[in-house]
Design a protein around this ligand. Structure first.
Ligand code: 3HC
Length: 310
């Protein structure tokens, strides 16, 4: 008889974050701030350095906010956060000590499946696998792992900027067991975020609503009904959004937005009107103008991730 009471559940203490981009670095940071042992993994020392730079800037900001008038406490907080972060270039080599894996690598099904297949062979039985994907079905990624692992394989979807956004979507495939789900709820709380549960459906909750809204704002421009700026002002002042939909598209990344919509079109599970392409979006992405991160999207920025200039 195996107990399925909560006592069978292990507390998550050590986390491997695979991918040191904006999302991976943010996830590693918030986990370390919550004093979980984190190993951030990426393919090269260069990519890891970029991740460290993202964390360094953001953790300083968090420390300043936490201890506004005490520089000593600020640097103590920064140092303590770093003391919980290690880095590496081979996930398989460090997964033996992990309770949780959070994958935040490129949005490519083959690359993700390859990673999880090799991690499945190297990881302890109890290790929970999660993906931060925003455009691929979790079950599709998970299916290359063993049946046992699929019961411990869920979506863990964070939002940009990770240190500031308080939500995490926990995506449950049909195979995820109760202990795994509960462990993910607990670790999300520990990180200081609120979780919501969602089935493994296109866009989960947030993107399913946000992406059609962003796309329709671009169609308003395409039809010549309002300007970019007026749409943003309208939604900020008329609906209380912190950013208008066009600014938000640049912020999320036009390449990301386009690939989510194309993924949905391929799957054929959402309303066809929601996935109708927008020419200006296609053209900008083709030119490498991905939004804020490249210094140009619908608007222009001082440089990659810089302030807006036009
Ligand atoms: N690191 C640490 N803290 C940060 C941060 C960062 N990178 N970015 C913002 N913050 C904190 C600030 O310290 C500040 O905290 P406070 O209000 O407690 O003092 C707070 O966030 C607000 O920041 P600012 O005052 O500097 O700037 P704004 O008020 O303009 O807010 C914003 C910036 C939080 C980005 C806000 O504009 C916003 O919420 N925008 C919408 C973001 C959004 O919708 N994200 C989700 C996109 S969808 C997604 O990610 C899913 C994916 O799958 C596509």
């Amino acid at each position: 008889h195996f107990s399925t009471t909560p006592s069978a559940q292990r507390e998550i203490q050590s986390v491997i974050v695979v991918g040191a981009g904006l999302m991976g670095a943010g996830i590693a940071q918030v986990a370390a701030q919550a004093q979980l042992n984190v190993t951030m993994v990426d393919l090269s020392p260069d990519q890891l350095q970029k991740g460290r730079d993202i964390i360094a800037a953001s953790v300083r900001r968090v420390a300043k906010k936490k201890f506004p008038d005490d520089e000593g406490k600020q640097s103590e907080y920064v140092d303590r956060t770093w003391s919980f972060i290690e880095t590496g270039t081979k996930a398989e080599a460090v997964v033996a000590g992990a309770d949780l894996v959070v994958e935040a690598i490129v949005e490519n099904i083959d690359t993700k499946q390859k990673l999880f297949m090799s991690l499945d062979a190297a990881a302890p039985k109890h290790t929970i696998f999660t993906s931060n994907t925003s455009s691929l079905p979790i079950a599709e990624i998970a299916k290359v792992t063993s049946e046992d692992r699929q019961a411990r394989f869920a979506g863990l979807h964070f939002f940009n900027p990770v240190p500031a956004m308080k939500l995490v979507e926990i995506v449950k495939t049909d195979k995820v067991d109760t202990e795994t789900y509960q462990s993910l709820v607990d670790v999300t709380n520990r990180i200081g975020k609120t979780s919501v549960a969602c089935k493994d459906t296109p866009g989960f909750i947030v993107n399913r609503l946000l992406v059609p809204y962003m796309m329709e704002s671009l169609r308003i421009v395409e039809r010549g009904e309002a300007s970019l700026e007026d749409i943003d002002v309208a939604m900020k002042l008329g609906a209380g959004f912190p950013m208008g939909p066009i600014e938000l598209s640049d912020f999320v990344g036009l390449d990301t937005l386009k690939s989510i919509v194309e993924g949905w079109a391929r799957e054929g599970k959402v309303e066809p009107a929601f996935v109708k392409p927008v020419k200006q979006l296609t053209d900008l992405v083709a030119k490498g103008h991905f939004g804020r991160k490249t210094g140009k999207g619908f608007y222009e920025y001082v440089g990659p991730n810089g302030a807006r200039v036009g």
